[in-house]
Design a protein around this ligand. Structure first.
Ligand SMILES: [Zn+2]
Length: 78
């Protein structure tokens, strides 16, 4: 829980803070699929293109493929 950002996480164990690299592992507290975003309990707005808006106003550009094709990655497993 990051009190400084005014975010309340009541989960135990506490979810990753908004500035943690695993911030997306926090619980979803609100989801608006029609608008394409979800709010995590650490205050992160997670967009369905994997972009993020942090509570401190920092914007994280989309960073994961949203149309992963497994066949493109088969060579990595062999
Ligand atoms: Zn939480």
């Amino acid at each position: 829980m990051d009190v400084a950002l005014g975010v309340t996480c009541s989960h135990q164990p506490a979810c990753p803070a908004a500035d943690a690299c695993d911030r997306e592992a926090a619980h979803t507290v609100a989801t608006h699929p029609e608008q394409g975003w979800s709010l995590l309990c650490n205050g992160v707005l997670l967009f369905d293109d994997t972009g993020e808006l942090l509570p401190n106003g920092v914007v994280i550009a989309p960073h994961r493929p949203t149309d992963v094709r497994p066949e493109r990655f088969r060579h990595l497993a062999s």
